[in-house]
Design a protein around this ligand. Structure first.
Ligand SMILES: N[C@@H](CCC(=O)N[C@@H](CS)C(=O)NCC(=O)O)C(=O)O
Length: 223
């Protein structure tokens, strides 16, 4: 069967890993465009005609449907597959809570890990200690929120015994944060349940297939 669609992005993008996890959990094949070159392909008139912001990930369905924004792509794929009630929820309130976690992942976690990542991992911007410390504090606050949802030994953010889109969105970005910012001290202080949670999720073959080996740093990367 033809793939459901393709993704334009550079390799190793966490937003793409989440899309790949959702696609696998949905029984859909989503492939990477093999010819994509960052800052070249996404600046061509053809690409901008389909994705006017010129950012990745961008999704093009086999039927020609085009869209951007990683969070929305995940939702569309989850909604299009054979597991949508489990991943997105079967009633309005459950769907709203799943969406709440997806928004939380982007605005309360991703937004606070990107500046430190650009300062330390990639060195794209100068190290700014005050901003770095503020981002670490904001991440810690978000982690405490995640921990509250996991305190009774829950395996999944929505409770229950099945993974949902909430887990893919939140855990996906925490797996990235764990590589360089969410260090042992932060994990133990703010979120003692998070390590167990992430390790449990990585036992799910679709998660492991998309994210690979879990790496949780001892000390945060600084300048
Ligand atoms: N809001 C977008 C952000 C995507 C994004 O920032 N993509 C970056 C790469 S990680 C990009 O394409 N940058 C190229 C550019 O700014 O021209 C999403 O969540 O998908």
């Amino acid at each position: 069967m033809a793939p459901f669609g393709k993704i334009y992005s550079y390799p190793g993008n966490v937003r793409v890993q989440r899309i790949q996890a959702v696609a696998a959990l949905s029984g859909l094949e989503v492939v990477m465009d093999p010819d994509f070159v960052m800052r070249e392909t996404n600046r061509t008139p053809e690409f901008l005609a389909k994705f006017p912001l010129g950012k990745v990930p961008a999704f093009e369905g086999a039927d020609g449907f085009c869209m951007a924004e990683g969070q929305a792509i995940c939702r569309y794929i989850a909604d299009s597959g054979n597991n949508s009630a489990q991943l997105l929820g079967a009633d309005a309130r459950t769907r709203a809570k799943v969406e709440e976690w997806a928004c939380f992942a982007e605005q309360e976690i991703t937004a606070h890990i990107i500046p430190p990542m650009l300062m330390t991992m990639f060195k794209f911007i100068p190290f700014d200690e005050a901003r770095f410390n503020q981002c670490a504090a904001d991440l810690e606050r978000a982690l405490k929120r995640v921990d509250v949802a996991l305190q009774q030994g829950q395996k999944f953010l929505m409770g229950g015994d099945k993974i949902t889109l909430a887990d893919v969105m939140v855990a996906g970005v925490l797996l990235l944060a764990g590589k360089f910012l969410m260090d042992r001290e932060m994990r133990e202080k703010a979120a003692p349940n998070v390590e167990r949670y992430l390790k449990g999720l990585m036992e799910i073959p679709e998660m492991k297939g998309a994210f690979g080996e879990i790496e949780l740093c001892e000390s945060r990367l600084k300048a």
